[in-house]
Ligand binder design. Structure first.
Ligand SMILES: [Zn+2]
Length: 509
């Protein structure tokens, strides 16, 4: 997809010749001229598109998709912690660190004892030589008919049921996620993609336990890569017949008369994956023991096989905004009266695991958290079907300066009003049409504890959860303005004599 222009060129040119002071007038969305209160200006001015771009470029491009339990996630966590430290924030993790370790287990495929062969023949293809599994969660012994699928182009249609229970040998010019999904939907026993080389060992993180039950994850079809040579051996030694598939019903498939057997060994070990947490202690002793949480999730889908999911918007953008707000508050001479807890979570994509662990093992008394402000995807202009609904088609031109404000009226309508007031200085057009994602990010674990939450969310694009969620498509003005909005919101909540009133207590949690 091509890069989406976010700010008209004329606008860039017009600020180029102005002084620094005057240019900050244009830092909000067009049309907003009101300046924030003078005593918040220094922190406000520190939140820039340049800062946002620097941080997000690192998180999206240098951390291999930030998969929980993968090395790239730890790299990102180290980066966030180093910044929190440099801004003088108080570490709130385990043993005086910024890391609250969440128990996970990682699984990975092991070559030793794993093999692929033809039932009835002695010779086997050894793992690490002729094939290797890239996605598999348990030690398995799989027996099935071989189905050879040859695909040209990006996507393919398959006759319903044509691959069920079979070991798919996939020849394709390009294996896109949509092609993989199309095959997976037919419930094959395994998918082996034919390639000239086999990939390195891949680590997958799964959760050990979670105190908050979440929806069961879909079991994924075991996937791996097989060399041309090994694939040719299988085909040559099996009797292959064409499946009778009418061309309009799906891709041609050839099936073996005999069976192949795949033995796959998987090792599991327990590890800790951190939430990164830091505190800006409140400036007023009378309010200091009350807290405002500001959160985003640092993890994304990581590296799956050889494919990296950069997760620039999801949720590199929210994590970046959390960091920009932390920096701004650390920079501003006037500090908030109440304490601010900055949180970047792990394991969100695996089922809100990091935030679930945090609310079950809080480093502050949760009944003293007066609001949680969440950002998950705050830097794209939505377009296409929203949440998979073809009746809700967004148009990019209408969403340059929009953002979804989710859940902000569910527990405290006052919280929503505080955000609307702060928005006078920022100029978002709020949409309230995405309550269907209310349970789908970390704030939900706080809301479940009765804490008033607001969730900023930019809506869906076709890049959602795809390797194409890249940094070049980011609207940095929207990202910086999300940070600015919550910066002002957090100050407003912090300095109000009373925390947001719970006026809708029982409804809609
Ligand atoms: Zn996501």
């Amino acid at each position: 997809m091509s890069r989406i222009p976010h700010v008209p060129m004329k606008h860039f040119l017009s600020i180029a010749g102005l002084t620094l002071a005057a240019s900050s007038v244009f830092a909000q969305f067009p049309g907003v001229t009101e300046q924030p209160p003078a005593d918040l200006k220094k922190g406000w001015d520190s939140i820039t598109t340049r800062e946002a771009k620097e941080i997000l470029t690192y998180l999206a491009n240098e951390c291999e998709g930030r998969g929980s339990g993968q090395p790239g996630f730890q790299k990102a966590a180290d980066y966030v912690a180093a910044h929190f430290k440099s801004w003088g924030l108080k570490p709130m993790g385990d043993n005086g660190t910024y890391f609250q370790n969440v128990p996970f287990q990682v699984t990975h495929f092991v070559d030793a004892g794993s093999e692929l062969g033809i039932l009835g023949l002695d010779k086997s293809i050894l793992a690490g030589k002729g094939f290797r599994m890239t996605t598999i969660s348990t030690t398995s012994s799989i027996t099935g008919i071989l189905a050879v699928v040859k695909v040209t182009g990006d996507s393919a249609k398959f006759e319903e049921g044509s691959l069920t229970g079979k070991v798919v040998l996939l020849y394709a010019d390009r294996v896109t996620p949509s092609l993989r999904n199309a095959i997976s939907r037919q419930n094959p026993a395994a998918i082996l993609t034919v390639s000239s080389t086999i990939p390195p060992i891949n680590y997958n993180a799964t959760r050990v336990t979670s105190a908050t039950p979440t929806a069961p994850r879909r079991v994924r079809v075991p996937m791996g890569v097989i060399t041309d040579h090994a694939a040719a051996y299988l085909v040559a030694n099996l009797d292959m017949v064409d499946a009778n598939i009418a061309p309009e019903k799906g891709a041609p498939i050839t099936l073996s008369r005999g069976f192949v057997r795949l033995k796959a060994n998987v090792e599991t070990k327990a590890i800790g994956v951190p939430n990164v947490v830091a505190l800006l202690p409140g400036s007023d002793p009378a309010f200091r023991d009350e807290y405002i949480g500001i959160g985003g999730h640092l993890d994304h889908l990581g590296k799956q096989g050889t494919v990296v999911y950069p997760g620039a918007d999801d949720d590199g953008s929210g994590s970046t905004a959390v960091m920009c707000i932390a920096h701004a508050m650390a920079t501003n001479p006037k500090k908030p009266k109440r304490s601010i807890l900055f949180m970047t979570f792990c394991g969100e994509e695996l089922g809100l695991i990091g935030s679930s662990y945090l609310v079950n093992h809080p480093m502050i008394p949760l009944n003293k958290m007066v609001s949680e402000l969440q950002m998950d995807m705050v830097a794209r202009d939505s377009y296409g079907a929203q949440n998979g609904d073809q009746q809700r088609m967004d148009i990019v031109q209408e969403n340059r300066d929009t953002i979804r404000l989710v859940g902000s009226k569910r527990i405290s309508t006052e919280l929503d009003k505080v955000i609307q007031e702060a928005n006078k200085y920022v100029g978002f057009k709020f949409k309230y049409d995405a309550e269907d994602v209310y349970t789908r990010s970390d704030h939900y674990n706080f809301a479940s504890r009765g804490i008033p939450i607001a969730f900023l969310f930019d809506g869906f694009t076709p890049d959602y959860h795809q390797p194409s969620d890249t940094v070049d498509k980011i609207n940095f003005l929207k990202l910086a303005n999300s940070a600015k909005l919550y910066y002002l919101t957090a100050y407003a909540i912090s300095d109000n004599p009373k925390p947001p009133v719970h006026d809708v207590v029982a409804k809609g949690r």
